[in-house]
Every structure is written in structure tokens, then in C-alpha cells.
Write a protein that binds this ligand. Structure first.
Ligand SMILES: NC(=O)C1=CN([C@@H]2O[C@H](COP(=O)(O)OP(=O)(O)OC[C@H]3O[C@@H](n4cnc5c(N)ncnc54)[C@H](O)[C@@H]3O)[C@@H](O)[C@H]2O)C=CC1
Ligand SMILES: CC(=O)C(=O)O
Ligand SMILES: [Mg+2]
Length: 581
């Protein structure tokens, strides 16, 4: 039998492989002799990471680790999720995207270009794995950093790493996908290192045609695939067009809405102000702002308000001022629902003046304007409320409307706070205060896993809302006692099980589930089923790929369990391998 092609990605050269596995793989002698435990490997990885002086260098090291030893990467990530998430996701992924054309070393997903149209299905054939979920961007609004064209690939890569780490979707079942439909970022187009089409972004109509072909191609290639849209400048047309025909959702509109409602339900309880008495000022009326407000409307309705009462609790500000019906410009369709008609011809002067006028209990930032919640604004909120709700949600950290420290200091430690990107805990008034992270990473893994496990034909609004409600109930006693709005990120896998269960139950209620036998399971049984389904890098078979594990299992007459490797092999193939000692 010819020597098997060794895989660098799945740990064929892993230093934890015992001698008999090395013999079988013919890597015996090709790695240092010691057989290492995960603890030792992790110690080396963390030391290497510490040697990298900047976040982007740490990002590059982690990218390299994922590409060369995927299970070790996910072991390390799951053991150090709080410390490593900021390095593979926001804020560092923002810098990685800005500099993607400079730091690119290896392919990590699929790129589909405008000139590939008509041929998309054939290109998808080139991806060697069976895909359960894809994250798809056109790069046109990457975090709060604007149009980054194909540099946006860092976002699908980062989001999917979290799908694996947080919800246990197998890494080889995930597909990062970036559309190369041109970019309006002229500096990038003119940069010799840029790796996408050097043309302006195609029209909305052309993008729609392209997406029509893509959605069909993805679903034909991998029936049941879940498709997450991410960081599109204008995500609404695709969401409307595909949400009832494909298993898809938009993370920025729906995932963000859900995660903020999840934390908001807890903030309203902590504020002591009944839902009916809240008023919200939103800085930023884009996809995320409107997505969040729409789902808070749903929450207010569940709390007993009429839709009209709920809708009128919002005042939106965008780059043209207060969103009003009489503003004189043509309002984008998604803003009309929240546009005010009670401003009596008056327009916006400043955020401070609007706060004086509205007297809000809630201040949300989804504007991409770093520092917009300045001392004056924060002090006003503190004066108006015992527990002002302050959520500066723009990413990355440089775009956050304020920092945790600023919010705490200028509200005398009374604010109920969540930000899109992480901030450190701080001491104030003799207490350790910990910020909430209102980032869709708390829900999209569970939405995706719930849709995959139930084989949902579509992702309904009830499934999205269920993710929010489930998240709000996922805090443990200590977190509730400490007044946290979101659970500790270190418990994210447990949280994802709760979110996944909620999503599956909503799919069942809506009748969009295709695995109907799950309907008969109790909640405890369903949780066990979800956990069983989750990829656990610690249970991977001694770091070898499925293919090798299968061969070894066959060789040893076992079912692919790790213990098989340390027992001797008796069949001829293994003995032949051993002969290469
Ligand atoms: N925390 C989280 O989980 C999430 C955070 N976000 C963040 O939210 C931000 C916005 O995202 P999208 O809504 O998708 O972007 P978008 O581009 O659709 O919306 C941005 C909005 O901000 C407004 N704006 C811009 N300059 C302004 C100014 N000077 N004053 C007032 N408003 C201004 C724009 O008019 C627009 O309404 C981004 O930074 C993004 O990273 C987005 C999704 C999830
Ligand atoms: C978190 C996220 O999805 C965003 O900032 O766009
Ligand atoms: Mg996003």
C-alpha cells in the first residue's frame, strides 16, 4: 500500500501521538521523541503566545495553530475562551481584516467572484468537506470599519471558530465564505497587495442575482446547510427574500437583536423600572440598531404593551439627525417604522439636547462612532436614572461609544452596562465591577446548532426570539446575585446548550423541524442529545483525523476510541507500518 498522504491540519504530527500511532502514520522519528500531554502542549502554546508582542501577532500565531493542529487549537481555545476570544474575534479580528491583504499566509475558506457567476456550484465542489453551516459576507460593512472587500474574510473565519468553540459544530463542517463583488474602498482597490477584484461594488440588483444563484448552489451542494449572513452594508433585501425559502438568518439584524434582548430583559429587572416606563435613545439606525429595537418591541409587547405603545418608546439618531418623518430626505425603508412624527417640525441639535428632551432610561450605541457617549452624556443619563441602561455596542473597541471605565466613572458606578467588544473588570467604590459583553456570539452558535440539529427548513422569528429568552435565563445563581446581565463567557458551551434547546423547541412549535422525533424528548433528554452531538476537542481521537482514526479503529477491531491506539495492532497493515520504525 502506498504511504498515506500526511495531514498537517489534523494532528498527524502532533506531539501527543503515542509511538504506535506514529509508527502507523510513519511519522515516527519525524517529531521530537516525547509523548506530550495536553497540559504540556498548552503550556508551550501559551508561552509562545505570550512571546508575541502585539495582538495581531498573537492572532497570526493562533491562525497558524488552527491550520496545523486543529484539535489542539480548539482545546486551547475552549480552556482559555475568555482570554483568547478577543484575539480571534473582536477586537483583534478588526485589525486582521483591515490588514488581511498584508498578513495573508494561507487560504481558509471559499472566495466567489462576480466573474464566477453561472459557475458557483462547480466552485463549491472544490471545497473538500461536507458542510453543515456557512458564514457568508460580501465585506461591505466589516464591524464598524466600513467596506473592506475580500479582506472581510476574517469575519466568517472568526465567527465559525466560535461556532466550533461555543456550540461544538465540527470544524470541518464549517465553511467561511466571502463574496468578491468589488469594493468601494478605493485605497484597497489601489493597494498592490489587495487580493480581490479591483472594481467598484456591483449594483444591488446584480448582487441579488448573484445571491440567488449562490443560495441555490449552496443548498444543492449541501442539503440542509444553515447559511448565516454577516456584515452586509444593506442586509435587509436578502433577509426578506430568503428567510422563508432557505435555512438562513442575518446575524447583525437578528442575532444582535436577540443577544441584546437577552441582556436587556435582565437589565430591565435590575433597573427597577417597569417595562412600560422605559424610553430608549438609539445612536445609529442601521441594520443592528433597527434589528435590536424590533426585538425589544417584541419583548415590550410580551410585557403587556400594545405594538403602538412599544414602537413609540424609541428615538433613533442616524448620521442625518433624529429619524423623523418630516426630515426632508428619503428615509431608508427599515427606518420608517421607528421614525417619529411627534417632533412638531423640530430637528436634532445634539445627542445631549435629545437626552434632555426624551429623558431616556436606555442609551444604545450602534453608530460606529467611538467615544460618542462622552462624559456629559453619561452624566446626564446618571442624573435621570438610578440605574441607567448604557449599551455601547459598536465594534471593534475603538468604535465603542464609550469604555466600561468611562461609563462607570461618569455614572458613579450605577450603570447597567454591556458593550459589543470586551472591556476589563474594574474596582469602583470598593467593589469589583464586571462589564457585560452584548455580542451576538452568545446566541448565533446556538441558533445555528439548533437549526442544524432540528434540520429546520427555515429560521423563524420565534426561533430567534427563543434564543434571546433562553439566554436571559442562562445565568447561574452567582451571576444573578452579582447583578450580571450576561453569563460568564467561560460557561459559553453550557449557555449554548440552553440557547440551542430554546431554538429547537421554537422550531418544533412552528413546525419547521424535520427531525420530529426530538419533539418527544424531555428538556433534560434534549440537552443530553445536544451535548452528545457537540464536537469536543478533548474527546478527539488522540488528535488524528477521522480518516486515520477509522483506519486505526478498523485495524484494532475497535470503534475508533482513543484507547485503541495504545493497544497493539495485529493486522498486517499496522505491522507493515511498524516495520518502518
Ligand atoms: N454588539 C454586537 O453584537 C454587534 C455590533 N454591531 C456594531 O454596530 C455598528 C453598526 O452596525 P450596522 O448597524 O450593521 O451598521 P450600519 O452601517 O447599517 O449602521 C450605522 C448607523 O450609524 C449611523 N451613524 C453613522 N455616523 C453617525 C453619527 N455621526 N451620528 C449618528 N449616527 C451615525 C448611520 O447613519 C447608520 O444608521 C458596527 O460598529 C457593528 O460592529 C453590529 C452587529 C452586532
Ligand atoms: C459582532 C458583529 O457581528 C458586528 O460587530 O458586526
Ligand atoms: Mg456582524
Amino acid at each position: 500500500m502506498p504511504p498515506r498522504q500526511l495531514s498537517t491540519t489534523s494532528g498527524d504530527y502532533c506531539t501527543s501521538n503515542p509511538p504506535d500511532v506514529r509508527q502507523y502514520l510513519r511519522t515516527y522519528g519525524l517529531t521530537p521523541p516525547a509523548v506530550e500531554s495536553f497540559e504540556v502542549q498548552a503550556q508551550r502554546c501559551l508561552r509562545l503566545l505570550a512571546m508575541k508582542p502585539t495582538p495581531i501577532e498573537k492572532y497570526q500565531y493562533l491562525t497558524h495553530l488552527r491550520a496545523t493542529n486543529v484539535h489542539l487549537f480548539y482545546r486551547l481555545l475552549s480552556e482559555n475562551i475568555k482570554d483568547l476570544t478577543p484575539l480571534i474575534y473582536t477586537p483583534t479580528v478588526g485589525e486582521a481584516c483591515v490588514r488581511w491583504h498584508e498578513i495573508f499566509t494561507q487560504p481558509e475558506g471559499v472566495y466567489l467572484s462576480w466573474h464566477d457567476r453561472g459557475n458557483l456550484r462547480n466552485i463549491l465542489h472544490n471545497w473538500p468537506h461536507k458542510v453543515e453551516i456557512t458564514v457568508l459576507t460580501d465585506g461591505s460593512r466589516i464591524l464598524g470599519l466600513g467596506d473592506l472587500g475580500v479582506n472581510g474574510m476574517g469575519i466568517p473565519v472568526g465567527k465559525l471558530a466560535l461556532y466550533t468553540a461555543c456550540a461544538g459544530i465540527r470544524p470541518d463542517a464549517t465553511l467561511p465564505l466571502t463574496l468578491d463583488l468589488g469594493t468601494n474602498n478605493q485605497a484597497l482597490r489601489e493597494d498592490p497587495l489587495y487580493m480581490g477584484a479591483r472594481m467598484p461594488k456591483v449594483s444591488a440588483e446584480e448582487e441579488r442575482e448573484f445571491l440567488d444563484e449562490l443560495m441555490e448552489a449552496l443548498t444543492e451542494q449541501w442539503p440542509g446547510i444553515v447559511i448565516q449572513f454577516e456584515d452586509f452594508k444593506n442586509p435587509f433585501p436578502a433577509l426578506e427574500r430568503y428567510q422563508n425559502t432557505y435555512t438562513m438568518f442575518n446575524d447583525d439584524v437578528q442575532g444582535t437583536g436577540a443577544v441584546i434582548v437577552g441582556g436587556f430583559i435582565n437589565a430591565v429587572k435590575a433597573s427597577g423600572v417597569p417595562a412600560k416606563d422605559h424610553r430608549a435613545v438609539f445612536l445609529g439606525a442601521g441594520s443592528a440598531g433597527v434589528g435590536v429595537a424590533k426585538q425589544i418591541v417584541e419583548y415590550f409587547i410580551k410585557e403587556g404593551l400594545t405594538e403602538e405603545e412599544a414602537r413609540r418608546k424609541f428615538w433613533f439618531v442616524d448620521s442625518h439627525g433624529l429619524v423623523t418623518l418630516d426630515r426632508g430626505d428619503k428615509l431608508a425603508e427599515h427606518k420608517v417604522y421607528f421614525a417619529r412624527d411627534d417632533n412638531n417640525g423640530r430637528q436634532y441639535q445634539s445627542l445631549a439636547r435629545l437626552i434632555d428632551f426624551v429623558k431616556p432610561t436606555i442609551l444604545m450605541g450602534l453608530s460606529t462612532i467611538g467615544g460618542a457617549f462622552n462624559r456629559d452624556i453619561l452624566q446626564k443619563m446618571a442624573k435621570l436614572n438610578d440605574r441607567p441602561i448604557i449599551f455601547p455596542l459598536s465594534n471593534p473597541s475603538s468604535k465603542s461609544e464609550c469604555t466600561f471605565e468611562e461609563a462607570v466613572r461618569h455614572t458613579e458606578g450605577r450603570c447597567l452596562f454591556a458593550s459589543g467588544s470586551p472591556f476589563p473588570s474594574m474596582e469602583f467604590g470598593g467593589k469589583l465591577l464586571t462589564p457585560g459583553q452584548g455580542n451576538n456570539m452568545y446566541v448565533f452558535p446556538g441558533i445555528g446548532l439548533g437549526a442544524i440539529i432540528s434540520k429546520a427548513v427555515s429560521v423563524t422569528q420565534d426561533m430567534i426570539y427563543a434564543s434571546a429568552e433562553s439566554l436571559s435565563t442562562s445565568l447561574n445563581k452567582q451571576e444573578v446575585a452579582d447583578g450580571w446581565l450576561y453569563p460568564d463567557i467561560r460557561r459559553i458551551r453550557d449557555v449554548s446548550v440552553i440557547v440551542t434547546r430554546g431554538v429547537i423547541r421554537a422550531a418544533q412549535k412552528n413546525g419547521v423541524d424535520r427531525v420530529t422525533e426530538l419533539r418527544n424528548l424531555s428538556d433534560a433528554e434534549l440537552d443530553a442529545y445536544i451535548k452528545e452531538r457537540m464536537y469536543d476537542p478533548f474527546n478527539e481521537r488522540e488528535n488524528v483525523s477521522d480518516e486515520v482514526a477509522q483506519l486505526l479503529a478498523t485495524a484494532s477491531g475497535m470503534n475508533g476510541h482513543a484507547s485503541g491506539y495504545t493497544n497493539g495492532y495485529t493486522n498486517g497493515e499496522v505491522n507493515t507500518a511498524a516495520a518502518h520504525l
